[in-house]
Design a protein around this ligand. Structure first.
Ligand code: ASP
Ligand code: MG
Length: 589
């Protein structure tokens, strides 16, 4: 018998009528011969209201009590949903996280699932009941209620689907699928029929908002077919599966608006300093997003990164401490920034994407303050005020409003012959652990750095258009934050075109009256790629610590939601690779 998990978000269960509507969807699934598990969020804005209540009492409520408070929202919905199903003549049973046996760690308000017991759900399903599970919550080893972080019901749903070996996990929401970008910001955004886990992971963690990124990490890890669709219609939504919709270079773009950028200026450029900084950040359980370090000049380097704007003050505390600990010069920050990114699996095999994106942004007169790239994503940090305009420019330059000509057929789900439930349970012990998909060493690249380019619109566009028109394909691009009107751009290129690229770079440096290009003819690029990096604060720290312990100095750092890349001297590459492989041996797939 097939099993389907349906998740209804807050807007889909906002009032009793909507709860009845959701109940009817569950009944329809049951009538088509499925066992059904329904995962629900709190009704409407309940969670916000609960938090506001606590904040009326104090702005530092105890986090254990916050979890007890916040989890009550979902408890209301499960009961009402079960009542709705019974009223419609169906047998249902509501279950809290504790009743199911969703075990988490102790990190109140952002706990991680450690294991899920499927026994009680199975018994109810086999007795012909529809199981109504409370999203967002679990219990720790002491039996205390924990919650998974805002938006965590998606994670609950996908995790239950994985644990139960469900055939599909339907995410019912107030949008009818995944769009090329947020349609509330750009009405011309287009609904895609299908999107790959990797693209969705980048988009979700970028703040695309449709789904909690940890839920997609789960889905990818366990191969759960996710179907995002509307609660208020029956049209097909978007399938999130392993393969992309088309072979266009860009599948979507997104903006993460609530970023704060911090820079530790004048960090002594020696092994261990980046490690120390990120160990302090990890200790404070702050999730860093974009990390950028450029090459050192006169023995000093700047390290910039972004954090959620709400973590700005906590991060400043950490940085002030670290400044004295490692003898950095000072801390600089930008309170209101937005990261705008273009994402597409097709970028891996097609060139010309970066310069097109930078040109589109500069044509609007918008300045880029930081750039990072990964195989399937290019991100630019801009002023918060320029966020929507930047997004629009990217969306239209890649023609995302138009359906691609060649559609891949969505994958047909085949039922596995092995007992999936058993398999999944066996693998559940470290369910939310990081999975490292690969650790790569690339010894084909050279690095060019323009240390002092003007910090104004159009510089990156000019730079990469010129490089591209010389027939040179750029791999990694890092632009670090400008200070005193200057920015630093580093990029890597195949070693054999170094001379050509240096000439072009120096021509530009001349035109800009900037310092000449510096280069390293042989760099090694080490990339750690995987699932769960963004939500594991300590990963960057472990990577930097491993290299620092091996006395390897990191020159350039660039991160994305799915990877961390660094450049080091070529001679140290092999050693660095072995050290990282050893460090992450237990997390390797
Ligand atoms: N009710 C929780 C929240 O608002 C969890 C969820 O809706 O996913 O964050
Ligand atoms: Mg939600």
């Amino acid at each position: 018998m097939s099993l389907i998990v349906q998740k209804f978000g807050g807007t889909s269960v906002a009032d009793p009528q909507k709860i009845l509507g959701a109940a009817r969807k569950a009944i329809r699934a049951a009538q088509s011969g499925n066992q059904v598990v329904v995962v629900v969020s709190a009704m409407g804005k309940t969670t916000d209201h609960l938090i506001a209540l606590a904040n009326e009492i104090t702005d530092r409520p105890n986090s254990r009590e916050m979890d007890t408070l916040m989890s009550s929202g979902e408890q209301i919905t499960i009961a009402l949903m079960a009542i709705a199903l019974e009223s419609l003549g169906y047998r249902a049973v509501s279950m809290t996280g504790a009743q199911i046996g969703i075990k988490t760690d102790n990190t109140h308000t952002k706990a991680r699932i450690k294991s899920i017991s499927t026994d009680s759900m199975r018994r109810a399903l086999d007795a012909g009941r529809i199981v109504i599970a409370a999203g967002f919550q679990g219990i720790n080893d002491d039996g205390d209620i924990t919650t998974l972080g805002r938006g965590g019901s998606d994670t609950s749903a996908v995790a239950l689907a994985a644990a139960l070996g469900a055939d599909e996990c339907e995410i019912y929401t107030d949008v009818d699928g995944v769009y090329t970008t947020d349609p509330r910001i750009l009405p011309e955004a287009r609904k895609v029929s299908q999107i790959s886990y990797d693209e969705m992971l980048e988009l979700a963690s970028l703040g695309a908002g449709v789904m909690h990124s940890r839920s997609i990490e789960f889905a990818k890890k366990f191969g759960v077919t996710v179907h995002v669709r509307s609660s208020f219609s029956d049209t097909d939504g978007t399938l999130i599966v392993a393969t992309p919709e088309s072979d266009m270079p860009v599948a979507g773009c997104a903006v993460a608006r609530n970023e704060a950028r911090l820079t530790l200026v004048g960090v002594p450029d020696k092994p261990g300093n980046a490690m120390w900084l990120f160990s302090r950040i990890a200790e404070a359980k702050i999730a860093t997003d974009m990390i950028v370090q450029n090459i050192g000049l006169e023995g000093r380097t700047d390290i910039s990164f972004t954090v959620p704007a709400t973590d700005l003050n906590a991060t400043l505390d950490v940085l002030n401490l670290v400044t004295t600990e490692i003898g950095a010069e000072r801390v600089d920050y930008q309170e209101k920034a937005a990261k705008v990114s273009a994402v597409g699996l097709g970028m891996e095999s097609q060139s010309g994407v970066a310069e097109k994106m930078f040109r589109a942004i500069s044509t609007k007169g918008i300045n880029i303050s930081m750039i990072t790239t990964s195989e399937i994503k290019i991100s630019a940090l801009v002023d918060l005020d320029d966020a929507a305009e930047t997004l629009r420019a990217i969306h239209s330059t890649f023609n995302l409003q138009k359906a691609p000509e060649k559609l891949n057929k969505p994958e047909i789900k085949t039922t596995q012959s092995i007992n999936k439930a058993e398999l999944n349970i066996a693998r559940l012990s470290g369910m939310e652990d990081i999975i490292i998909e690969s650790i790569n060493l690339d010894r084909t690249q050279a690095r060019i750095t323009l240390p002092e380019v003007p910090d104004k619109p159009g510089i990156a566009a000019d730079m990469f258009e010129r490089i591209a028109s010389a027939g040179i394909v750029v791999d990694m691009i890092v632009q670090s934050c400008g200070r005193e009107g200057k920015a630093m751009i580093s990029f890597t290129i195949p070693r054999i075109v170094l001379d050509k690229a240096t000439i072009v770079s120096n021509e530009l440096a001349n035109e800009w009256n900037a310092a000449p290009a510096q280069f390293n003819p042989k760099v090694a690029i080490l990339t750690v790629r995987g699932t769960g990096l963004r939500s594991h604060t300590g990963l960057a720290y472990r990577m930097f610590k491993t290299l620092a312990d091996g006395n390897i100095n990191v020159n350039v750092i660039s991160t994305s939601e799915r990877s961390i890349s660094i450049t080091i001297d070529d001679a140290l590459g092999e050693n660095g690779l072995q050290l990282l492989k050893k460090e992450f041996v237990t997390e390797m797939m």
